[in-house]
Design a protein around this ligand. Structure first.
Ligand SMILES: *[C@@H]1O[C@H](CO)[C@@H](O)[C@H](O)[C@H]1NC(C)=O
Ligand SMILES: *[C@@H]1O[C@H](CO)[C@@H](O)[C@H](O)[C@H]1NC(C)=O
Ligand SMILES: *[C@@H]1O[C@H](CO)[C@@H](O)[C@H](O)[C@H]1NC(C)=O
Ligand SMILES: *[C@@H]1O[C@H](CO)[C@@H](O)[C@H](O)[C@H]1NC(C)=O
Ligand SMILES: *[C@@H]1O[C@H](CO)[C@@H](O)[C@H](O)[C@H]1NC(C)=O
Length: 332
């Protein structure tokens, strides 16, 4: 039983693990799980090299380390590569904390959450290894989601299955951007850099937003290149529609929300804005507020909350799931 021995080990190795680990200095990275009054992993994300070991110390009260995905932060990853520590209750007066270790097999992101009650969906108790620019979006998607799973039986069932061969060599990336939700009328993150060949997947949370391309000169007017159309999502939605764009070059891409008043509030987004130049993201946002802010009072009412959940059919966010490649060996 995990809880009885302070550090027992079950190694789950990927097929290629022996071949792909280069000779390099490896480190042990310490992460605290919970603690008195703390519903968080501390730190909440880390950068790790291949071969590094992440050592989790379970503190109070009763948490898990459960693998999820960028698209569904508060649901257990199913199938190959899934891992789950199970619940680890730690008494208030405990001073000798149970440990778990995760060995990093490559530098792809690993997404993790606590599946206790609503720790993930209400408190954003999530953790990531090598999240790149996506940690903010991951955390926002977690707290915007009411899809927390505390059942867990299916999660633990897969914890000892071997990880598959992490042989994909794709160099393109998908960038997740959360639209709206509990963060308010904003895109999270608000600006990114992306390479030609990458994709950007916008995941729509409440309320009723768009992703519409514009120009730096006219931030709140469509330039006709692309628009998602209005995506009405109720506050209790558990499936989030997505809209994906392909990045074809390194030119800046300017985006805004067409919902009445939102652009003037600064609900804008950019890809590859040159931060060191005059046409940076901050200048774009300022211009949106200046041109379409409260001075230009919108006539249409902001009828954006959909109490009855007039939902669009959920589209697949599978492109994101596919990126959470199976890369880790979990030692418990
Ligand atoms: C830990 O949490 C799980 C899930 O909520 C629960 O089933 C279990 O009884 C808890 N353990 C203790 C000792 O509180
Ligand atoms: C912003 O203002 C311009 C100029 O008045 C207008 O053409 C445009 O429709 C406005 N955009 C939004 C989203 O309100
Ligand atoms: C979403 O907003 C648009 C534009 O304001 C509106 O036409 C549409 O009815 C809204 N959808 C819902 C379900 O509220
Ligand atoms: C990239 O090119 C494809 C194919 O021509 C096009 O559909 C897409 O809209 C382009 N992406 C952007 C951001 O303009
Ligand atoms: C651009 O996004 C980063 C986070 O991705 C943020 O720290 C920064 O403040 C943003 N820039 C502006 C001008 O808001």
């Amino acid at each position: 039983m995990f809880f009885q021995s302070k550090l027992s080990t079950i190694t789950v190795l990927s097929c290629l693990s022996l071949a792909v680990i280069p000779v390099a200095r490896t480190a042990t990275i310490q992460v605290t799980v919970g603690g008195p009054g703390v519903l968080a992993y501390t730190p909440d994300h880390v950068q790790a090299n291949v071969g590094d070991v992440i050592q989790f110390a379970f503190k109070q009260k009763n948490h898990t380390i459960t693998r999820s995905s960028l698209a569904s932060p508060c649901s257990p990853l199913q199938g190959e590569g899934a891992f789950d520590s199970g619940f680890v209750p730690v008494a208030d007066d405990e001073t000798d904390f149970p440990l778990a270790q995760l060995t990093v097999r490559d530098t792809n992101p690993i997404w993790i959450y606590c599946r206790q009650a609503n720790h993930c969906s209400a408190n954003g108790m999530v953790f990531a290894v090598n999240p790149g620019n996506d940690f903010e979006a991951f955390k926002a998607a977690a707290t915007g989601s009411s899809a927390a799973s505390s059942a867990g039986a299916s999660a633990s069932a897969t914890s000892t299955s071997a990880a598959p061969n992490p042989s994909t060599t794709s160099t393109s990336a998908d960038h997740l951007v959360v639209v709206g939700g509990t963060a308010g009328n904003i895109y999270t993150p608000s600006n990114i850099t992306a390479q030609p060949g990458d994709t950007v997947t916008f995941q729509f949370h409440s309320k009723n937003h768009t992703v519409t391309s514009s120009t730096f000169a006219n931030p709140c007017s469509p330039n006709g290149k692309f628009s998602s159309g209005f995506m009405a999502v109720s506050p209790d939605a558990t499936n989030f529609p997505t809209f994906t764009i392909q990045i074809n070059d390194t030119q800046p891409i300017w985006v805004y929300c067409q919902q009445a008043g939102h652009c003037g509030q600064g609900m804008v987004f950019s890809v590859n804005a040159v931060e060191s130049g005059p046409n940076n993201f901050g200048a774009f946002k300022d211009k949106a507020i200046q041109l379409n802010g409260t001075a230009a009072a919108p006539s249409a009412p902001p009828s954006t909350d959909t109490q009855n959940g007039a939902l669009l059919p959920a589209r697949s966010a599978g492109v994101i799931v596919a990126l959470a490649g199976v890369v880790a060996g979990m030692l418990l």
